[in-house]
Design a protein around this ligand. Structure first.
Ligand SMILES: Cc1ncc(C[n+]2csc(CCOP(=O)(O)OP(=O)(O)O)c2C)c(N)n1
Ligand SMILES: [Mg+2]
Length: 574
């Protein structure tokens, strides 16, 4: 077994070497005085060719964590984030909630105010060092991280880093939180011998219980109208392939239930739509067998449910979503397994149990449904082409038209997948269901960082744009050379809040008076002018016919390396 001996001047240096040794290649930092020895260690690594992750300065913590999220989702490699003590942790917390609910591993860390008031290298030397102390700094994030710990002594550095990386990457994955006190970072650990490569491998696929696979296969094979509801399996491209194999083996329709990845190709004949409970998905109530695949919210019981007699199968690494306080979906057959592993096995079992004639009959019926639904969506989008203002369906369709093999879309809210045909695994990233607004911009930068060869488009509502710390994101695009095209679907309001009001009070005063206090975002800023602050490209688009060419101009700018913003003035649906 290999080992390496490090000769760090400080613990901070040993920490960075360890991160690099363990494959952490980016360090997204939002620094304060707690970073003293890390800044010094990065400078020494730069000067002396030492090993360290690439340091990127990120002007807002929320953006840093969102970037780490996108970086992992698009590239499969976790990043390290470090923020300034308790105050930086506060700013990062929304993005940590998002990563937790999406099972995205992030090595989240923060400094700790110096413990000692005098006497040690790094002891308190500013007013903030008293006021920034917390009794329990990790308490702020404890509900949303899988593990938290404080590095108390340099001796523990390897064990602590390895424990953090191990826990965050064990299934179900998620962020961890490590606090690093200033004196410990500044201390001289002497010679440090570490095992290298690390002997803490975690990758181990979860195989399903064969009896449950057989049970599920019999249910799916015998049903007349079986459907799959899937939200998040597509983070693993193998799962997309597995789902196609299963659907074809059994003549099973697939609905992407509020998808946060591309789970199933849009144009596949067995794709039945995008929303489990809404009017856009009549399948749910008709289905006589339902399989839920990595979907925390497969349907909304308050609005629509599967038929009472339909057996329900749940497949996922944690099909019970054990970190959710309350969730009561019926589950007749649980399959706790990695979808990419379980789906081909299930397809095989379905093939064994199914009558090929029945499969062909189901496929025919589903294909007809698929075509009818797609034709209706196409009609709706095209009707908006000649409207006087830009509708969301038309905007989504125009965007769909410019997608090519190198384009990746990160969507926060407005892009309706019915109108934009995504087909490639890894080409679409949506906002996780905890919906801490602002995720999209930072996540898109993380995607670009992970896949520099891709053209990345962030689609956001005007509301989401405000939340995303847009100036920080523009800074990052230019400073770290990760330009993206941002398309703002600007309806000058928080339409979701209006719709929510109408859903609860369909005949209330807000509706009858046509007044929705706390939802208006007027007068709307000239968002496109933000691009000028970083020598980027900005354009305002108001008419449906102008949108295709404007998107092309935006793409051309971003492919030249300039951040681009399209402020698309959209029609209000409510
Ligand atoms: C941090 C945070 N604050 C508030 C909300 C509540 N919220 C959900 S959707 C929404 C409006 C989003 O506005 P926009 O992006 O313009 O999309 P639209 O609703 O107009 O389509 C708000 C405020 C949230 N999800 N997250
Ligand atoms: Mg809006």
């Amino acid at each position: 077994m290999g080992s390496r001996t490090l000769h760090p001047v400080t613990t901070a240096e040993a920490y960075l070497e360890l991160l690099a040794d363990r494959g952490i290649d980016v360090f997204l930092g939002n620094a304060g005085t707690d970073f003293a020895s890390l800044v010094e260690a990065f400078a020494r690594a730069e000067a002396e060719g030492g090993r360290a992750p690439r340091p990127l300065v990120i002007p807002h913590e929320f953006v840093a964590v969102s970037m780490a999220h996108g970086y992992y989702a698009a590239g499969g490699r976790p990043a390290a984030v470090m923020v300034h003590v308790n105050v930086g942790t506060g700013n990062a917390s929304t993005a940590i909630i998002t990563a937790a609910r999406a099972n995205v591993p992030i090595l989240m860390s923060a400094g700790r105010t110096p413990v000692t008031e005098e006497g040690l290298p790094g002891s308190r030397d500013l007013h903030i060092h008293w006021a920034q102390e917390s009794f329990d700094q990790a308490a702020m994030l404890r509900e949303y991280v899988k593990w938290d710990y404080e590095l108390r002594t340099p001796t523990q550095i390897e064990a602590v880093v390895d424990r953090a990386l191990e826990v965050m990457q064990a299934e179900p994955r998620g962020p961890v939180y490590l606090t690093l006190p200033r004196e410990v970072l500044a201390a001289s650990p002497g010679e440090v011998t570490i095992s290298s490569p690390a002997r803490r491998q975690v990758r181990s696929e979860r195989f399903p219980d064969p009896a449950r696979i057989d049970e599920a296969a019999q249910i799916l094979a015998r049903a007349e109208y079986p459907i799959v509801l899937v939200s998040a399996a597509g983070i693993d491209p193998r799962a997309v392939e597995g789902l196609v194999t299963l659907a074809e083996a059994g003549g099973i329709g697939v609905v992407e239930a509020d998808p946060i990845y591309l789970n199933f190709p849009h144009r596949h004949d067995l794709h039945l739509g995008y929303n489990a409970s809404g009017t856009t998905n009549p399948s749910l109530a008709e289905a006589d067998a339902v399989m839920v695949v990595e979907a925390d919210v497969p349907w909304y019981p308050h609005l629509k449910k599967p038929a009472a007699g339909a057996p329900i199968i749940h497949l996922g690494v944690d099909p019970f979503f054990t970190r959710y306080p309350m969730r009561s979906y019926p589950c007749d057959v649980p399959i706790a397994a990695t979808p990419a592993v379980a789906l081909p096995l299930l397809a095989e079992a379905v093939r064994r149990h199914a009558d090929p004639k029945a499969v062909a009959r189901r496929r025919e019926r589903l294909t007809a449904e698929h075509r009818a639904r797609h034709a209706a969506w196409e009609k709706l989008a095209l009707e908006q082409a000649s409207a006087s203002t830009i509708g969301f369906a038309w905007a989504a369709r125009c965007l769909g038209e410019i997608l090519d093999d190198s384009t990746v879309v990160v969507n926060e809210y407005p892009l309706d997948r019915r109108f934009a045909a995504f087909t490639r695994p890894g080409s679409y990233f949506g906002s996780p269901h905890s919906s801490g607004l602002g995720f999209g911009l930072g996540a898109a930068l993380g995607v670009k960082l992970a896949r520099p060869e891709s053209t990345v488009i962030a689609t956001v509502g005007d509301g989401a744009y405000f939340f995303g710390e847009p100036l920080s994101c523009l800074f990052v695009q230019r400073a770290h050379r990760v330009p993206i095209l941002t398309v703002i679907f600007n309806n000058q309001q928080w339409e979701a809040v209006k719709s929510g009001t109408l859903a609860v009070h369909p005949a209330g005063a807000a509706r009858t008076r046509g007044r929705f206090p706390l939802t208006e975002l007027t007068p709307s800023p000239r968002f496109e002018e933000m691009a000028r602050t970083v020598d980027g490209y900005g354009e305002r688009v108001e008419h449906p016919g102008e949108l295709p060419a404007a998107l092309k101009r935006g793409l051309a700018a971003v492919r030249e390396g300039r951040p681009a913003i399209l402020n698309v003035l959209c029609q209000r649906a409510v």
